[in-house]
Design a protein around this ligand. Structure first.
Ligand code: SF4
Ligand code: SF4
Length: 170
């Protein structure tokens, strides 16, 4: 009987299991607006507010070329948490995604952020992970940050409730 591999990373593939979630150990995948849309197509502001308030998610920030157009998006927090609402740290020393456990991601596949679901596990010629997002060279962060622009006012309203007067509004 084949031993069932623990599911690490974003997909239930042997590549992910053997890699043990290198992507999750680095930077969590980004949430897209559709992760929080109600049946009527409107953003479930309270669901996003509650997730951010729980500390299990933060705002990431993707700076565009235009410094006046800052692009925020939600993503799971790092294990080494910050008390700031916007976490723009870039380090491989932050413990990885807060949802990563010894036995893999604690979220069901459907509940994982958009960027986790869209990441495609790919093997390079040497059999090592060379995983890609299907967004014409854009990262999931860049891709969702553009989508979140449509909900900028909602994000700012949530941010003001959670961290009044925070620098995020600039
Ligand atoms: S998606 Fe790639 S980096 Fe992430 S766990 Fe799977 S193989 Fe590893
Ligand atoms: S939510 Fe799950 S799949 Fe996504 S980065 Fe975190 S541990 Fe990995």
């Amino acid at each position: 009987m084949t031993k069932r591999l623990p599911i690490f990373g974003t997909h239930a593939t042997s590549l992910c299991s053997e890699c043990r979630g290198a992507c999750c150990q680095q930077t969590p995948g980004a949430y897209a607006p559709e992760d929080f849309l109600n049946d009527d197509g409107k953003l479930d502001v309270e669901a996003l507010f509650n997730l951010l308030q729980s500390g299990d998610a933060v705002f990431g920030l993707y700076d565009s070329v235009d410094a006046n157009e800052r692009r925020y998006y939600p993503q799971p927090a790092f294990k080494k948490k910050t008390d700031r609402l916007v976490d723009n740290r870039l380090s491989f020393d932050l413990g990885g995604c807060t949802n990563l456990t010894e036995s893999g991601c604690k979220l069901s596949f459907e509940d994982r952020p958009f960027g986790c679901r869209t990441l495609i596990p790919i093997e390079d010629k040497e059999g090592k992970p060379d995983c890609r997002q299907p967004f014409d060279g854009m990262s999931d962060k860049q891709y969702v940050a553009i989508k979140w622009r449509e909900y900028y006012d909602d994000l700012m309203m949530i941010a003001e409730r959670l961290e009044p007067g925070g620098y995020w509004g600039n």
